[in-house]
Write a protein of this length. Sequence first.
Lengths: 115, 114
Amino acid sequence: DTGVSQNPRHKITKRGQNVTFRCDPISEHNRLYWYRQTLGQGPEFLTYFQNEAQLEKSRLLSDRFSAERPKGSFSTLEIQRTEQGDSAMYLCASSLVSGYRTEAFFGQGTRLTVV
Amino acid sequence: AQSVTQLGSHVSVSEGALVLLRCNYSSSVPPYLFWYVQYPNQGLQLLLKYTSAATLVKGINGFEAEFKKSETSFHLTKPSAHMSDAAEYFCAVSGPQAGTALIFGKGTTLSVSS
């Protein structure tokens, strides 16, 4: 088990372009979360999945953002028509929710820079 | 709504000194509470968690935290700081069900000097 894997680690894109990030969770984990972290701030929740179902979306997740988790395995986060304000670290986490077991394990993140 | 306040955006200690990072939470339901550590350009690593069992929680790297319901606090401590403890620390809350999304504080940067 290699932990939560995110690709790419870094992405530089021009304003207005679309970008897609991928997250591979720990294999037996049933929940997958996306967070966004800007410089000097704590991570902010975007959305999460229970298996393939998207259970909750934050108001931060504008119409330009979409996330999927087909077949309940890996997940993708797409940002359409990127804006400079989208520049941030995008973190993925996964957890196995069972009884009191609830800790989320984080990937190393994808750093997005919109120029 | 749940929220977390971390008092002090930057804490500086000498190597060997006590580390105290403060966290207060707001929650209308019994919370799950967590401390995570983040090194530069890395993801977050779980230090410890409170899930309504023991109020004094021991974590990795010699850290521990005490849940105090009357003070709505979950402060992180370590008796003796090491240079390798220098990092960003985040307190987070979730609940009421296990596995709901984490709400993070803004973080505290810990600096350790020799």
